[in-house]
Structure formats: C-alpha cells, structure tokens
Design a protein around this ligand. Structure first.
Ligand code: AMP
Ligand code: ZN
Length: 116
C-alpha cells in the first residue's frame, strides 16, 4: 500500500466503492469520470506505479495475465459481444494520471483509431 494513492485507498475499502469483480489479486470498479457507456478499471490489490513496474516485479507476468484475463471477461460481459477496448496509459505523456497501474475496459460505443 502506497501513502496517498487513491487506488490503494479504494482497494482498502476506504470509500465504500462497489467492486464489480474482485479476487485475491485484483478488483474492478466503475471509473469516476466515464468516457464510454461502460468504463471499468481493473486494478491489482498490490501497488505498482505502472505496467513496466509490474512486469519487473517477481510474479509480475503472472499478475499481468490475471489482469488481462479479468479485463477480457469484464469486457465481453459489458459489451455483450459488441467489442470493447482495453487501455493501459503508461506515463504522464501517454495520459496516465493515477500512478497505480490499471486497465481501462471501455465499451458501449464505437471507438476511433488512432486514439487521441
Ligand atoms: P489514467 O488517466 O489512465 O491514469 O486513469 C485514471 C482514471 O482513474 C481516470 O479515468 C479517472 O477518472 C479515474 N479515477 C480517478 N479517481 C477515481 C476514483 N476515486 N474512483 C474511480 N475512478 C477514479
Ligand atoms: Zn496504490
């Protein structure tokens, strides 16, 4: 747990956030400022600043697999087969604002490419 990390606080239940999915390694909850009709965040319980930090940690690749599998399941459920997008912003230049790694799972509208 990292002091002052909003996602560590959410994982610890400080705000009473509803978890749409949870297991021993991760939680999923709705984004506060959704940019799609369904916008979920998949977040490991353990604090890692970003994707490279998870990848470098012992057991990190297995955790990335767990996060990806949860995103796949939630995306399929939420989109009802209509397609979804998984995004991991990494670094401020790429749009990361919360430095506790998370996967955005977006669905419910058409997405353009390239992203902004
Ligand atoms: P990123 O910009 O990729 O780091 O994504 C951070 C996301 O966290 C943004 O989409 C925010 O809307 C979302 N967010 C920030 N604080 C909260 C919170 N307390 N509960 C839910 N989502 C949050
Ligand atoms: Zn954290």
């Amino acid at each position: 747990m990292a002091d002052g990390c909003v996602f560590c606080d959410i994982v610890a239940g400080k705000f009473g956030t509803t978890f749409l999915y949870e297991d021993d390694a991760l939680v999923a909850f709705a984004d506060l400022r959704p940019v799609a009709p369904s916008h979920l965040l998949v977040v490991p319980r353990a604090h890692f600043a970003d994707l490279p930090a998870v990848a470098a940690a012992p057991g990190g690749t297995a955790l990335i697999g767990r996060l990806g599998a949860a995103a796949a399941k939630l995306g399929a459920q939420e989109s009802k087969g209509a397609g979804f997008r998984v995004v991991v912003n990494t670094g401020a230049e790429a749009g990361q604002t919360v430095f506790h790694v998370h996967l955005h799972v977006l669905s419910g509208r058409r997405f353009s490419w390239p992203p902004g």
